[in-house]
Structures are given as structure tokens and as C-alpha cells.
Design a protein around this ligand. Structure first.
Ligand code: NAP
Ligand code: 3JM
Length: 339
């Protein structure tokens, strides 16, 4: 059975009050997604809140097992445990789930999709589709054209991830701590194990037995799944930095075929979803504050690796709440309704 096309769709956002959920609402509005009715879902803590969508005030409803009757799409961003519990009810109700959490990403039966990279993974009649981790998304948008032309052997990546990736509470924590430190007040840390203001924490998500963090292993496993190649070696270090929006990444790529940074600059310039920002003479390179609010993944500092043949370095920056989460999810929904 193929997807039932309509003029307009009933869309639910699970976790609508969160950092990602709010971007989902604005992304649907900005991109003029054909929404018939928008259903905002969150926990009982948010009962009574309203959000504006296309000039209309929409109340937040409490998420229950029965929230999905009549919905065409449910965009989930309320954490992995909420997705594990409620996504099956949404599927049961005939709803297409696009899930932003890590709950289903590595499930063999569930596609993990970045529309610029592997749209073919979206089935004719989708159930659950997983949205990758924010750090993976912006990296694979840049890696995909490189892998297709030069075959990637190994990637060494260090991330500089903004606090908005940890949600609304983390945005508030960086604000309060920054003001507090400048005011000589004691610093209280609730979201992170250490002070994040004026600091860098080489620790995102939990530590695993191999010494890597779960966030780092998401980048390893999700990259292989999206690029469809388990032979690609990925060695990440993920770092939280005192930036509000946008993640930056330093990426070193080693390839099978001879490669040059100049050729890759042309290749990425012509690749979807990428903007090259690379003019060192004018001090131009991708910056977190410039990527905020933008759709494109920005790539710069492209250079040949002076320590190794067949290797290059680059710097890639994207708005983690947009391309890293809400925009990618809405693009998946657009793909389904447009094909
Ligand atoms: P956030 O700002 O803390 O928001 C969390 C949202 O989930 C809120 O709307 C919250 O509702 C809702 N929620 C929490 N527990 C719930 C429950 N039991 N029932 C119903 N709603 C519940 O976090 P965020 O940054 O938006 O991230 C949310 C999730 O999105 C993350 O946990 C993660 O799984 C995913 N995420 C994915 C990416 C990505 O890379 N693709 C990036 C960031 C986040 P209340 O306001 O009512 O508490
Ligand atoms: C980004 O509470 C949770 O399960 C959410 C943790 C989380 C995740 C995740 O693992 O789903 C916070 C921020 C992510 C993610 O994108 O992987």
C-alpha cells in the first residue's frame, strides 16, 4: 500500500514545548508545510501553555496513548524513553512517526535518514523513520559527496557542541552561570557535571566501557548506517562548549583515492544543503553565530593534510536545532508528501 496523498495533513509535535519542538513548529510555518491542523503534545507540566502557529493560538495537550487518532504525521522530540513508549501507539493509529531521539536509530528495520544523503531509505509506506543525532547529520551532509567520489577510509572528528543540544534547561544554565561568574557569584551546575560557562567539557551523554561516550558512538554507528558502509572508521571526541546555538566540528578525512582540498571545495560547492564559507584572506570561515537560524551546513578551512597523503581537513558548522533536528525531520516529511 502506498502513502495516501492529501492536500493537507494533520501533524502532531511530541515535545512541542522543548528546544527542538519549538523549532519544529516554526520550521513547519516557515516552509509552508501543508498543515491542516497542528497538535501540540507535551507533559502535564505544560498543560495550559499555548503557542502561535500561522497567527492562531494552539493549546498544548497532554501526551497520552490516545493522542494519535487521526494524525498523519507525529514528529517526536521528547527523549528516547517517551519515543519508546509512545511511538508504537502512533504507528498503531496509522500515523507516520519521525523520531528525533536515539531510541530507534540503530534498529535494523528502521530507516535513519538525511534527505540530502539517503532519501532512498524512506519506504513507500513508512512507519517509524529515525532522525540522526545532530552532530552526525551535519558531518554526513559533507562526507557523503566525498565518500561517493573518493571512498572514505577513516574520519577523525572533534566537535564543539552548543548547549541548546541539551535542551531548554541547558540554555538557561549557560545564561545564569555566565552572569553569575561575571558577578563573582557561586556557580550552580544542574544540567552538566561541571560549570559550562567559560569552560569546555569533553563529555556528552554517558561514558561507555570502551572509554568513548554514547554521543561519540552515535557518530560512529550512525555515520556507517547512513552512508551504507560499515568499513568506514570514525574516531570522534565530542565536546560541549559555552555557545548557545550551532555545533562546530573539526574533521580529518582519509580516502582510498587521491584527494585534494581544492577539488573537494568545488565538489561540496555543488552538493545539496552545503554552503562553502572559505576565504581565509578575508577572515571568512563558518562560525556558530552565523549558522544560527540558517538551513545550510557551512563548510570551510578546507586544506590538504600536511601529515598524510590522501587526506584533508575541514571545519563544518550547522544550526543543531535546525538541520541537526527540526529541519531534517520536516525535510523527511516533505520528501514523503512530494514524491
Ligand atoms: P527539552 O528542551 O528539554 O524539551 C523536552 C520536551 O519533551 C518538552 O517538550 C517536554 O515537555 C517533553 N517531554 C519530556 N518528558 C515528557 C513526557 N513524559 N511526556 C510528554 N512530553 C515530555 O529538550 P530538547 O532539546 O527539545 O530535546 C528533546 C529530545 O529531542 C531529546 O531528548 C532528544 O531525544 C531529541 N534531540 C534530538 C536531537 C538530534 O540530534 N536530532 C537534538 C536535540 C534533541 P514539558 O515541557 O512538558 O516538560
Ligand atoms: C540529544 O532523555 C533522552 O533519552 C534524550 C537524550 C538526548 C538524545 C538522545 O539520546 O535521544 C539528548 C539530546 C539526543 C540525541 O539526538 O541523540
Amino acid at each position: 500500500m502506498a502513502f495516501n496523498k492529501k492536500q493537507k495533513y494533520i501533524v502532531g509535535i511530541v515535545g512541542a514545548t522543548g528546544a527542538v519542538g519549538r523549532r519544529m513548529l516554526t520550521t513547519l510555518e516557515e516552509r509552508n508545510f501543508p498543515v491542516d491542523r497542528l497538535v501540540l503534545l507535551a507533559s502535564p507540566r505544560s498543560a495550559g501553555q499555548t503557542f502561535s502557529f500561522r497567527g492562531q493560538s494552539i493549546p498544548v495537550e497532554i501526551l497520552t496513548e490516545n493522542s494519535f487518532e487521526g494524525l498523519d504525521f507525529a514528529l517526536f522530540s521528547a527523549g528516547a524513553s517517551v519515543s519508546l513508549k509512545y511511538a508504537p501507539f502512533a504507528v498503531q493509529a496509522g500515523c507516520i512517526v519521525i523520531d528525533n531521539s536515539s531510541a530507534f536509530r540503530m534498529d535494523k528495520n528502521i530507516p535513519l535518514v538525511v534527505p540530502e544523503v539517503n532519501p532512498e531509505a524512506i519506504p513507500e509506506q513508512p512507519g517509524i523513520i529515525a532522525n540522526p543525532n545532530c552532530s552526525t547529520i551535519q558531518m554526513v551532509v559533507a562526507l557523503h559527496p566525498i565518500h561517493a567520489r573518493y571512498r572514505i577510509k577513516r574520519v577523525v572528528v572533534s566537535t564543539y557542541q552548543s548547549v541548546s543540544g541539551s535542551g531548554q534547561k541547558a540554555i538557561a544554565e549557560l545564561t545564569t552561570q555566565t552572569i553569575g561568574v561575571l558577578d563573582n557569584k557561586d556557580c550552580v551546575s544542574q544540567v552538566y557535571p561541571h560549570q559550562i560557562a567559560f569552560n569546555c567539557l569533553p563529555h556528552i551523554d554517558v561514558f561507555l566501557d570502551n572509554g568513548y561516550t554514547k554521543e561519540e558512538m552515535k557518530m560512529v554507528n550512525e555515520t556507517r548506517k547512513i552512508l551504507g558502509d560499515d568499513s568506514i572508521q570514525v574516531s570522534p571526541t565530542t565536546v560541549r562548549v559555552p555557545v548557545f546555538y550551532s555545533h562546530s566540528e573539526s574533521v580529518n578525512v582519509e580516502t582510498e583515492e587521491p584527494i585534494s582540498a581544492l577539488d573537494v571545495k568545488k565538489l561540496l560547492h555543488d552538493s545539496p544543503g552545503i554552503r562553502i564559507v572559505d576565504d581565509p584572506d578575508k577572515n571568512e570561515y563558518p562560525l556558530a553565530i552565523n549558522a544560527e537560524g540558517k538551513d545550510e551546513v557551512m563548510v570551510g578551512r578546507l586544506r590538504d593534510d600536511i601529515s598524510k597523503e590522501r587526506a584533508i581537513n575541514f571545519w563544518v558548522v550547522a544550526d543543531n536545532l535546525r538541520k541537526g533536528a527540526a529541519l531534517n525531520a520536516v525535510q523527511i516529511a516533505e520528501h514523503i508528501i512530494q514524491r
